[in-house]
Design a binder for this molecule. Structure first.
Ligand code: GDP
Length: 297
């Protein structure tokens, strides 16, 4: 994760730290290198620009350059701004305190890892939060999607709504709500249908499902490997459905990290979780401080 960026920044900061005194020009030169490293990591241009401006202003505007350890101070400023870029110091967890059944609606494009993530979250909710969860697949487009969720449910020991052939997504959502109420489930996870691209039919379906299920959380699942595309997808969705957060999948294979670094500032939505593998416990709460720590080594 973030391997290339981490290596590049490590080099720049070792050089900064190695010097006793720093001039304004040294800071500007270092920031130019950081900017290139961010862009190579596929960070959105406005985000990279804003980051560099913020660091530069703080580094040359205060007493940093005259301090005993200017290099270290600059690195600390970079760390702070990186945490901010990743979403701030809060770890944004799930809101599960609303009146049950609390509905978590999962949205995203096909192949993003939505169904797997639904099962991962259900497992987490059962094991870590001690809540009784049920999952329902509203994906009537992809053959066997509903069966896939059922199999995953058996693996994570979480109930799934019985499949009724031919039923349409909004009706499945209604039936899931009713069933969750009757059986006193605390949490209902709705795995909605994906599409290959964001289109009107998909958005209309998402709105209709949200309309009948009044979700507390609407989580967009995006593949971090798609970089800036992931951010564009998030922007398209957030214009249409009220997203409460993003789950970035395949972070385990993401050597660049551009989606993680740009997501918050471009979309205004917090990254709540990171998918870190195919196994059903390979999911982590997204902690900006820890991620920044990983990047800076
Ligand atoms: P959906 O079409 O969005 O529902 O996608 P699926 O949940 O079926 O996932 C597609 C593939 O991605 C599956 O093979 C998953 O095991 C895999 N996958 C999902 N999340 C992750 C992740 O965080 N890391 C890795 N390495 N693979 C993942």
């Amino acid at each position: 994760m973030f391997d290339n960026l981490s290596d590049r920044l490590g080099g720049v900061f070792d050089r900064l730290r190695g010097r006793g005194a720093l001039s304004e020009q040294d800071v500007r030169d270092a920031m130019r290198e950081v900017r290139v490293a961010l862009l190579e990591a596929d960070v959105a241009l406005p985000v990279a620009r804003r980051f560099i401006d913020a660091v530069t202003e703080r580094a040359i505007g205060q007493d940093v350059l005259r301090s005993v350890t200017p290099g270290q101070q600059v690195v600390k400023i970079v760390n702070d701004e990186l945490v901010d870029m990743l979403g701030g110091t809060e770890v944004e967890g799930l809101k599960l305190d609303a009146r049950p059944p609390v509905v978590i609606m999962m949205v995203g494009l096909q192949g993003s890892g939505k169904t797997t993530t639904t099962a991962k979250l259900a497992k987490l909710i059962r094991e870590k939060h001690g809540k009784k969860a049920m999952m329902a697949s509203l994906d009537v487009n992809r053959p066997a999607a509903q069966e896939q969720l059922k199999v995953l449910g058996e693996q994570v020991d979480v109930a799934t709504l019985p499949i009724v052939a031919g039923q349409q997504p909004v009706d499945i959502a209604r039936r899931a709500m009713e069933s969750a109420r009757l059986q006193a489930f605390d949490v209902l996870l709705l795995d909605t249908a994906g599409r290959l691209h964001v289109d009107e039919a998909l958005m209309a379906e998402m709105k209709a499902v949200a309309g009948v299920s009044a979700p507390t959380e609407v989580l967009l699942v995006v593949d971090s490997l798609t970089g800036q595309d992931a951010v564009n997808v998030a922007q398209s969705f957030s214009g249409e459905v009220p997203l409460t957060g993003v789950v970035l999948t395949r972070m385990d294979g993401d050597a660049r990290g551009g989606a993680a670094l740009s997501m918050r500032h471009v979309t205004g939505k917090p990254i709540k979780f990171a998918g870190t593998g195919e196994k059903l416990d390979a999911i982590e709460a997204f902690d900006p401080k820890r991620v920044a720590g990983r990047i800076l080594g």
